[in-house]
Design a protein around this ligand. Structure first.
Ligand code: URA
Length: 242
């Protein structure tokens, strides 16, 4: 079955009538409560248009990807628990607010996931970050775990799993199995990615019904080489080497 074209929607501020707004392709809807797609705002669509464009050079690709990563991290943090916390302002008045509860860590799936580490550090000072290297086994064509280095107390932390492109979900599923084998409960894992495929989301949500996914966009599908379409090509190559 051929992937259908993505839904098109008028995008722009409410003070403009639909006829005054430009149309853009927005994220495909997915039927899972555990999946959060970032609001399809003009900013996000413009940022995604930059990084999807084959003519965007590496400097711009990094700059605009980093802006989307920041949005993903900020949204991901909204899914962590908070407690009531009242502070006193400099004019002597109380403000009934919140503070974060619980400890977190990041885990990047190498190499592309490492591009998301700085965005996490920018929001969470001195956050611990672990790494997992999964590559396709040349003989079996299945994903294989090559390396992992994770915080020792990871079972007591909320884990933000980082990988920008969520294609078939093969690597992410293996990464989650590693985290679970170290004692991390499934509902303490948040998987952050820039672009997801409906196939990846389906595979994941069926296998890990309690694990949350935060993505900027769900694309149309996968091509015969398992690249996301329309996608943006190879994220790692464009961020690190092109
Ligand atoms: N990884 C990428 O970098 N791009 C894709 O489209 C799929 C996986």
């Amino acid at each position: 079955e051929k992937p259908k074209p993505g839904p098109v929607q008028s995008i722009g501020p409410d003070y403009r009538s639909p006829s005054q707004k430009p149309q853009a392709t927005v994220s495909t809807e997915v039927p899972f409560e555990t999946v959060t797609v970032l609001p399809q705002t003009p900013q996000l669509i413009a940022l995604l248009s930059k990084i999807r464009d084959v003519n965007t050079d590496r400097g711009d690709f990094i700059f605009y990807s980093n802006r989307i990563i920041r949005l993903l991290v900020e949204e991901g943090l909204n899914h962590l628990p908070t407690v009531q916390h009242t502070v006193t302002t400099p004019v002597g008045r109380p403000y009934e607010g919140l503070s974060f509860e619980g400890r977190i860590c990041g885990v990047s799936i190498m190499r592309a996931g490492e591009a998301m580490e700085q965005g996490l550090r920018d929001c969470c000072r001195s956050v611990r970050i672990g790494k997992i290297l999964i590559q396709r086994d040349e003989e079996t064509a299945q994903p294989k775990l090559f390396y992992d280095k994770l915080p020792e107390d990871i079972a007591d932390r909320w884990v933000l799993l980082l990988d920008p492109m969520f294609a078939t979900g093969g690597s992410a599923i293996m990464a989650v199995e590693v985290l679970k084998s170290r004692g991390v409960p499934e509902d303490h894992i948040l998987f952050l990615n820039l672009i997801a495929s409906p196939e990846g989301i389906n595979n994941f949500a069926t296998k890990f019904p309690k694990l949350r996914v935060v993505t900027a966009f769900v694309d149309q599908g996968l091509d015969e080489k398992n690249y996301i379409i329309p996608g943006l090509g190879d994220f790692g190559d464009r961020y690190y080497t092109m």
